[in-house]
Write a new protein. Structure first.
Length: 183
């Protein structure tokens, strides 16, 4: 580990908690299509200035939720190769338009960038996890940081808003396969 730390340098090593939690670990969800080794870690190794700045916020004790969510959205935009002038909503919309223009069947939602709602919750969960690893989570209520209590268990919240406007959801119909055709 000492050799690896020397090779990576102190700056990169200080970002590893953020990288591990934000890209998905045992207590945070994984971002579809964004692997630790391939994309995220490579950007940190190359000293991506946006992700490095985001890491500093996620490793700072007592950050407020609004800041964590804003910085989490910036990190997500960077991971999906957007520009920092681009919002997560515009990035998501741009991905959808590109997919619709090139796809021959249907667009799989998991192939799009995450929504702002999902990213905000993911950012809260990431921040809580980093603070737990650092031993700085005293007084942090998980239900205020992207978790819910169901029965006697804590469960990750994935979204707190509808994925689309109700008018659109009412227009969408899923095709059902007749039972006879399934056999």
């Amino acid at each position: 580990m000492k050799v690896l730390k020397q090779l990576l340098g102190d700056e990169v090593c200080s970002d590893l908690l953020f990288v591990h939690a934000f890209s998905g670990c045992d207590t945070t969800s994984r971002i579809f299509g964004v692997g630790k080794k391939c994309l995220f870690f490579q950007k940190i190794i190359k000293r991506d200035s946006v992700l490095r700045a985001c890491s500093k916020t996620f490793c700072a004790p007592k950050a407020d939720q609004v800041t964590v969510e804003r910085i989490g959205c910036q990190a997500m935009v960077s991971l999906f190769n957007g520009t920092q002038k681009e919002s997560l909503e515009s990035l998501h919309y741009g991905f959808l338009c590109k997919k619709l223009a090139t796809v021959k069947t249907f667009v799989k939602p998991e192939r799009l960038s995450p929504t702002t709602s999902a990213t905000n919750l993911h950012s809260q969960q990431t921040y809580l996890q980093v603070m737990q690893w650092m031993g700085k989570n005293e007084g942090m209520d998980p239900t205020k940081w992207g978790w819910d209590v169901q029965g006697d268990k804590l469960v990750l919240l994935m979204m707190n808003k509808s994925p689309a406007p109700d008018t659109l959801l009412k227009m969408i119909r899923c095709a059902t396969v007749p039972q006879d055709a399934a056999h």
